[in-house]
Design a protein around this ligand. Structure first.
Ligand code: GLN
Length: 281
């Protein structure tokens, strides 16, 4: 089988699953062949070994059954870097890049900032901040020990391990009796009634990373109950939320942090997505 015929063969099955079957097919084949996607373009006639054909067939079958491409190839892009991901963690989303941009804008010009990423998952937020702000000290917490193993691996791969600490912790418990310049969180925020069902790719992701309880705000309530103890004057709290819940989260935040200026920001598609609370210095 050649590269061209392998790609053509899997398209019908992948088309039934997602909106980008050609891209998915190329990502899967490049992964199986250990090549860049660009290599495929110039090697239509290259032949796959029997083993490669079989591995590609299996990868396509997993994708056709709904498994997200990122889990099959074991990586996902975020903020221009590659992160290792697997079924232990949520796949980083493009909308979270905007949250990180807000964080970086705030950190610019602040030296040796202490940053806490609550619910760090793959470590995408924590590692990106550490990589973009070379004197920030970042702590990432998660209730999932398996997720923290992925986060540590990513910090290692990206060369920021020395400035990232990952700790298992419940949301409501501060990792230590200390305060941070920035607390950032992309906690589970999908209202339980809106959780995806198979074969939606999101349904393959850890429920605990998505399920925000009846109104999607359960995890944020826990964070807000302790937020006052994590922040100092002039600190920033940044949270990502589901658009229909962002206004309610802003109201909860204003009640929990009466001294903060709270506002809601929109994502690139214009949906209310982020809540920011700036403590007054
Ligand atoms: N944005 C994710 C989704 O829509 C949810 C992420 C989260 O719950 N923090 O699938």
């Amino acid at each position: 089988m050649t590269v061209a015929s392998a790609l053509a063969l899997c398209l019908p099955a992948l088309s039934a699953r997602g909106d980008s079957p050609r891209t998915d097919a190329r990502l899967l084949l490049a992964h199986v062949l250990g090549r860049e996607r660009a290599w495929l373009l110039a090697h239509d006639d290259s032949r796959l070994s029997a083993r490669q054909s079989e591995r590609f067939r299996q990868a396509c079958a997993r994708r056709a059954a709904g498994t997200p491409v990122a889990y099959i190839i074991g990586r996902a892009g975020f903020f221009g870097r590659e992160f290792a991901v697997d079924e232990r963690v949520l796949i980083p989303r493009p909308e979270t890049e905007r949250l990180v941009e807000e964080a970086l804008a705030y950190l610019r010009g602040r030296h040796a900032a202490a940053v806490l990423d609550v619910g760090t998952g793959s470590g995408a937020i924590a590692c990106t901040i550490a990589a973009e702000d070379p004197d920030a000290a970042v702590e990432g917490t998660d209730t999932s020990a398996p997720a923290l193993a992925v986060a540590r691996r990513n910090a290692e791969r990206l060369g920021v391990r020395a400035r990232c600490r990952f700790l298992r912790a419940e949301i409501a418990r501060a990792p230590a009796a200390r305060r941070y310049d920035l607390v950032i969180a992309n906690l589970p925020y999908v209202p339980s009634g809106a959780l995806p069902a198979l074969p939606d790719p999101t349904a393959y992701e850890p429920r605990a990373a998505l399920d925000g309880g009846p109104d999607g705000l359960r995890a944020y309530r826990k964070l807000l109950a302790v937020a006052g103890n994590l922040l100092r004057s002039d600190s920033l709290l940044l949270m990502e939320a589901a658009p229909p819940t962002a206004a309610a989260l802003a109201a909860l935040t204003a009640a929990a942090l009466p001294d903060a200026a709270v506002d809601v920001r929109s994502d690139y598609s214009g949906m209310e997505r982020y809540v920011r609370a700036r403590l007054r210095g």
